[in-house]
Design a protein. Structure first.
Length: 109
């Protein structure tokens, strides 16, 4: 995955480097325990919490459970990159919750 990101961004990865709170791993695990499936596709492989408002935009929301949504990084379709970042890690989708919800409804039909 790191090679893919490096290829996508070139050698300019420092824009993604935001120091994490020492409590982040605990919050991450608790979130995934409560929400173990991708909100966009329903998958349960390679899921990760996505910050709705990125940490670099508002660091005070890093550990806020209401600022997290579960998205997957599956190799067949990367919902985190697609829905969370508009296929560009430097961007973010402020409507990720609704977009994911709508896509999941379409998949289930």
């Amino acid at each position: 995955m790191f090679k893919f990101i490096k290829k996508l961004l070139g050698n300019n990865l420092e824009t993604l480097s935001v120091p994490r709170s020492s409590k982040w791993n605990k919050v991450r695990k608790e979130h995934l325990k409560k929400y173990p499936t991708c909100c966009a596709c329903g998958g349960d492989k390679k899921v990760t919490p996505h910050h709705i408002v990125p940490v670099h935009v508002n660091p005070s929301l890093e550990l806020d459970f209401d600022n997290l949504i579960t998205l997957c990084e599956d190799s067949s379709f990367n919902c985190h990159l697609f829905f969370g970042h508009f296929k560009n890690w430097r961007l973010y989708n402020p409507n990720v919750v609704n977009d994911s919800k709508n896509w999941l409804k379409k998949i289930k039909k």
